[in-house]
Design a protein around this ligand. Structure first.
Ligand SMILES: Cc1ncc(COP(=O)(O)O)c(C=O)c1O
Length: 387
């Protein structure tokens, strides 16, 4: 069986051993030094000023939207665009926090929102929460300019695209803020884990406060002192003073410890997946049964699952059956067209049609792209892709 997820960690055995030793000797297992170190190292590696570590990618999205509401940069009822082809917990925070989600279709050759698909709905958006789907992107520099021209806050859900690059820049660095997931099977695994990155000091403060109950104790001393002065609280009451709407989205030291270990393998993980992606792309290239991708604008594509979009539903049925018969675990391409999901229909009436996301929903599937795929496994996958 070629499973979607082959292991919990990169360098599984040594990571588990190191984790066991850490648990035995650590004084404290709730969020502390390991998490702070991971945040700083991740921010540096990603090339962002701030990184805020949280329990998973889904709450990274929820926290980001909550922090923007707390800051007043988003207001309840604002229209927020999102990629119709995405994961549910990209759009769920918009519904949960009282924003109006506006689905934006994807382009067939990149599976991502493009300037052309954004154009008809950009006017009237307050923000665009873009997903960089499966390590791919469309013309991100042009999308950024379009958002700037229309006064739209650009946010990136980069949970599927760590390490991919376009226009000389890592995905996740084109926006006001970006989110990451460290769930098992993603590029970096901390078992469960997520991150919000931003270069904006004010937003960073809001994120830190909203991550843990709304209190200020995780802020640097000078920012904590300012908030306390603004709230007019004495030192005693400051210990339990809650400045803004929040929840508890914290990770643990176990996640932080694993993150610090896995970060050492960033290049190896990203590059091995990129090399597999290149092989899969080559194998698909001669097969007219699939819609081809055009990712020539990207410097590096690294994904954790390889999407395949067939030209007809019949071909999709044929290839899904062949992959499964060969023992390959497959799934729909992310959550397909989100506007077709039951939760979306229950909460949103009259969603506009997203024909390309619909086609991917109907005719697509993906299989895992793990760094530890063996040569034999990649050969089997390439043969299947060749048709
Ligand atoms: C685009 C996207 N956003 C958010 C998430 C949620 O991340 P997590 O599984 O860490 O909650 C995922 C998960 O795969 C995802 O693909």
């Amino acid at each position: 069986m070629i499973k979607l997820i082959k292991s919990t960690f990169h360098r599984e055995a040594e990571t588990r051993r190191a984790l066991a030793e850490f648990v035995l000797r650590a004084d404290m297992l709730s969020m502390g030094e390991q998490c702070r170190t991971f945040e700083q190292a991740f921010a540096l590696r990603q090339g962002r000023r701030h990184a805020v570590f949280v329990g998973n990618g889904s709450v990274a999205n929820l926290l980001l939207v909550q922090a923007l509401l707390n800051e007043g940069r988003l207001r309840r009822g604002d229209r927020v665009g999102f990629s119709a082809l995405t994961w549910p917990t990209n759009v769920m925070p918009l519904l949960q926090l009282g924003l109006e989600p506006v689905p934006v279709d994807c382009a067939l050759d990149t599976l991502n929102v493009s300037p052309d698909t954004l154009e008809p709905c950009v006017a009237g958006l307050r923000a665009l929460f873009l997903t960089n789907v499966l390590g791919f992107c469309d013309d991100l520099p042009a999308l950024r300019v379009m958002c700037e021209d229309h006064g739209v806050l650009l946010l990136e859900d980069n949970c599927e695209a760590l390490g991919s690059r376009t226009a000389g820049t890592q995905l996740g660095n084109f926006s006001l803020a970006s989110t990451f997931s460290f769930f098992v099977g993603h590029h970096l695994s901390t078992v469960e884990g997520g991150m919000v990155c931003t270069d904006d000091d004010e937003l960073h403060e809001r994120l830190v406060v909203s991550r843990a109950h709304g209190w200020d104790r995780d802020l640097p001393p000078e920012r904590r002192a300012r908030l306390r002065a603004e709230a007019g609280v004495d030192d005693f009451h400051a210990r339990y003073t809650f400045h803004d709407l929040a929840s508890n989205f914290r990770p643990t030291e176990l996640n932080g410890f694993i993150g610090n270990r896995q970060l050492r393998h960033w290049d190896e993980i990203v590059e091995t997946r990129a090399a597999h992606f290149a092989r899969f792309s080559q194998a698909m290239a001669g097969n007219a049964d699939f819609h081809p991708y055009d990712l020539s604008h990207m410097d590096l594509v690294s994904n954790f699952a390889m999407p395949v979009v067939c030209r007809t539903p019949e071909l999709a049925g044929k290839y899904r059956a062949e992959f499964e018969a060969a023992g390959v675990e497959i799934r729909p391409v992310v959550a397909g067209d989100i506007t077709r999901q039951p939760f979306y229909r229950r909460h949103v009436r009259d969603a506009p049609a997203c024909p390309v996301a619909g086609l991917v929903h109907g005719n697509g599937f993906y299989f895992g792209n793990n760094p530890d795929l063996t040569g034999d496994e990649t050969a089997v996958l390439c043969e299947l892709l060749g048709g």
